[in-house]
Design a protein around this ligand. Structure first.
Ligand SMILES: Cc1ncc(COP(=O)(O)O)c(C=O)c1O
Length: 362
């Protein structure tokens, strides 16, 4: 009998040959900034846990209760979901709807608000979940060169952008993105970390986008995500968004932990995050690294040497994996460093030193 899975193995071999096979590591946190990675103690400089909350004792204590049980519309809706949605609605000023992940939130949002006959405009560097949501929506799509708000066509129904780009760390001036069209922003890397009360980039810039996606698994230290928008949007999401209706509710302990994260995401932590990001970025520039971004996501461009540089950082006890195609375009490979409010100056300086040595090594 012909080998049943030969065509799958051929693709795995193809990935290996192209240097694109990905491997999982076991990461066991030992503090807000450290973890054992495959058994080895390392300093973490790649996490999205920007405020160091995921290991906070109050968050850990909140992860209690039963499993997801079923979809929220069936028998999965708990008081913890309602309490979290009420708190998010109050914080962000409009109704919030929970999703089990940011990926599901973007799928739910875009398939709900646009469809055949609409023109959806998407920044070229938008996250895969925005791209997939727009593809699934069946709207006609135009991809804008990254950051080029001037190229938004007049006929656009909706424009989608991230507010702190996940792989580039840059922040658009949202005023330029507003107009007669709807503006949908993904604040996954901004909520909790940036803006007044951690309400993100739009709040910091005094803009009210039509639709906002925020995540609970990054600065808020838990997991899951939410969509903010007008009351009509919430009604539609709950009744029709397939990634809301046809999926098991997030476990109540996750909702309870996210509510604790929302309360723990303090201005003091945000200020420390901002100071640490500044120290890390300035230090990397001082040692000659090519660094992108405006905030706590600090990509160091490494090109073809990415995996080698990541391995050297690992040898120096710094955990920050290489980012390659297809996550970023070919030729734009990088080490995506992230600052955390809980990093000490000594830890940041150790990271800068390790990057300088890794880049200089041949
Ligand atoms: C910009 C952006 N949107 C959405 C997501 C998806 O969020 P989640 O991890 O909660 O699925 C991510 C990353 O994970 C992201 O970087």
């Amino acid at each position: 009998m012909a080998d049943r899975y030969a065509r799958l193995r051929a693709r795995v071999d193809g990935l290996e040959i192209a240097g694109l096979r990905r491997r999982l590591r076991v990461v066991e946190p030992t503090s807000a900034t450290n973890a054992r990675v495959d058994g080895r103690e390392m300093l973490i400089f790649c996490s999205n846990d920007y405020l160091g909350l995921s290991a906070h004792p109050d968050i850990k204590a909140a992860f209690v209760g039963g499993g997801g049980n079923s979809a929220r519309l069936v028998s999965g809706n708990r008081r913890a979901h309602e309490a979290l949605e009420a708190a998010l609605s109050e914080t962000f000023g409009r109704p919030a709807t929970l999703f089990p992940s940011g990926y599901a939130a973007n799928l739910g949002l875009y398939t709900t608000v646009v469809g055949r006959g609409d023109l959806a405009v998407s920044d070229a560097l938008n996250h895969a979940s925005i791209i997939d949501g727009l593809r699934l929506s069946r709207a006609e799509r135009t991809i804008l060169p990254h950051g080029d708000a001037a190229a938004i066509p007049r006929s656009a129904t909706l424009v989608a952008t991230e507010t702190c780009f996940s792989m580039d760390g840059d922040i658009p001036e949202l005023q330029a993105w507003t107009g007669a069209h709807w503006l949908a922003v993904d604040e996954a890397h901004a909520v909790g970390a940036l803006g007044p009360q951690g309400r993100g980039v739009a709040a910091a810039q005094g803009i009210t986008p039509d639709f906002v996606v925020g995540t609970l698994g990054k600065a808020y230290g838990a997991a899951g995500a939410f969509v903010i928008g007008p009351p009509e949007l919430r009604e539609l999401l709950v009744s029709t968004a397939r990634s809301f209706v046809y999926t098991t509710a997030m476990p109540e302990g996750v909702a309870a932990a996210a509510l604790v994260g929302l309360k723990l995401a303090s201005t003091e932590r945000r200020e420390r995050l901002c100071a640490n990001a500044y120290r890390l970025r300035r230090g990397l520039r001082d040692v000659g690294a090519t660094v992108l971004g405006d905030a706590h996501i600090i990509p160091v461009l490494t090109g073809a040497r990415t995996m080698e540089v990541a391995a050297r950082l690992g040898d120096a006890g710094i955990f920050a994996p290489g980012i390659r195609f297809p996550t970023v375009p070919r030729g734009h490979e990088r080490i995506r460093l992230t600052a955390c409010s809980e990093h000490t100056d000594a830890q940041i300086d150790r990271c800068i030193d390790a990057v300088a040595r890794a880049l200089a090594a041949r």
